[in-house]
Design a protein around this ligand. Structure first.
Ligand code: KG4
Ligand code: ZN
Length: 341
């Protein structure tokens, strides 16, 4: 039987809602409606996300976005069979907005709700592409504002974290460096834009953790190096600094991916999360995968950053296993390793 899943994402500064229809056998049929409201303008004046403002804004946006999705899909609320929401990790207040709306709606419509791990949502979003889905096992590089992880994915719900960041997440490093360069929030895409005009080889920056074995990352030292560089260079060098920073980060990520592929013997690589929208990273990973005859799977650009579709889609996979009804659940910290199907 097909099912219509409502996905609700409110873990940080994007309110994302989507309706996703499953196929009778597996998870595909796909997107019926998909809306994201970004709080960029709200937080820009503070230079970063203000958690309390984020929560208040989610509350205002969720129901209008739900109505917009139902309108697009030409459906009434009664058509919803399952409600999936991001339960963590993320900002607790923001998560609770989505979780409580999901639970209340599920209660009033008498349908089940499913708590989804935000990073599993990102991870599985590359499987939305039914023309080129990766086959198991594969290595996933998850790069967002809060996480940097290399994960060995043996199956849905079978995740082994191979490496993670010891300090700043890669998106956080982009955002902080962009701030040092005087760029507006959110810094990642702004820094990437500035980097296009610069020379990536202008300044030699460290490649953190590459000279040590293992698959962990560290980006805070690099950020400090960039700060010293900014202080010592004229403002005319800013595009070169941005390009050199981006080059150092993306090269580090690519080398760690190469190491993970070698250590696991896996021939399939997936990238997901907001920094997966970075064109320089996508191009370098494509070059690596072509050279190593490894298949590369990346969600389309608009699904790299937070959205409700990835949450509904992850729920489609989770629906296949019988699970007890959920009670309201939200947690700011949640390891991907703890998930099972
Ligand atoms: O996955 P996401 O939307 O939210 C979290 O779960 O954190 O990722 C947001 C992060 C931010 O740090 C943002 O600056 C970064 O992804 N980002 C980028 C780009 N687009 C978004 N970083 C580098 N280049 C981009 N094009
Ligand atoms: Zn995210």
């Amino acid at each position: 039987m097909t099912k219509i899943i409502l996905g609700i994402e409110t873990s940080c500064d994007e309110t994302g809602l989507a309706l996703y229809e499953t196929a009778p056998n597996l998870c595909g049929r796909g997107e019926l409606a998909h809306h994201v409201y970004s709080q960029i303008d709200l937080h820009r004046q503070y230079g970063g996300v203000v958690p309390e403002l984020a929560s208040r804004d989610h509350i205002n946006r969720i129901l209008p976005l739900l109505n917009a999705c139902l309108n697009d899909a030409q459906l009434g609320k009664e058509a919803i069979d399952v409600i999936a929401y991001t339960a963590g990790p993320g900002l607790l207040g923001a998560l609770l907005c989505g979780a409580s709306v999901a639970q209340s709606l599920a209660f009033s419509l008498n349908v089940p709700s499913i708590a989804i791990h935000h990073m599993e949502g990102h991870l599985l979003s590359a499987l939305l592409d039914k023309t080129n889905p990766p086959s198991f096992p594969f290595v996933a590089l998850l790069v967002s504002g809060g996480h940097t992880m290399l994960v060995l994915v043996s199956d849905i719900g079978n995740y082994k974290v191979l490496g993670t960041t010891l300090d700043d997440a890669v998106g956080e490093a982009f955002d902080k460096t962009a701030k040092l360069l005087g760029l507006p929030y959110p810094g990642g895409p702004e820094l990437a834009k500035l980097a296009e005009q610069g020379n990536p080889l202008a300044f030699e920056l460290p490649r953190p953790m590459l000279n040590r074995p293992g698959l962990d990352f560290s980006f805070s030292g690099l950020k400090t190096q960039v700060r010293l560089l900014i202080e010592s260079q004229p403002t005319t060098a800013q595009a070169d600094i941005a390009a050199s920073f981006q080059h150092a980060v993306t090269e580090t990520l690519v080398k760690k991916c190469a190491r993970a592929l070698k250590e696991t013997g896996v021939k399939s690589l997936l990238i997901a999360g907001g920094v997966g929208a970075n064109i320089a990273l996508r191009e370098k990973l494509q070059t690596l995968c072509t050279k190593q005859r490894t298949s590369l799977h990346i969600p389309p650009l608009h699904l790299c950053t937070d959205n409700g579709l990835m949450i509904a889609h992850a729920a489609a996979y989770r629906l296949q296993s019988a699970r007890p009804p959920e009670t309201l659940f939200a947690t700011s910290k949640w390891s991907l390793d703890e998930l099972t199907l």
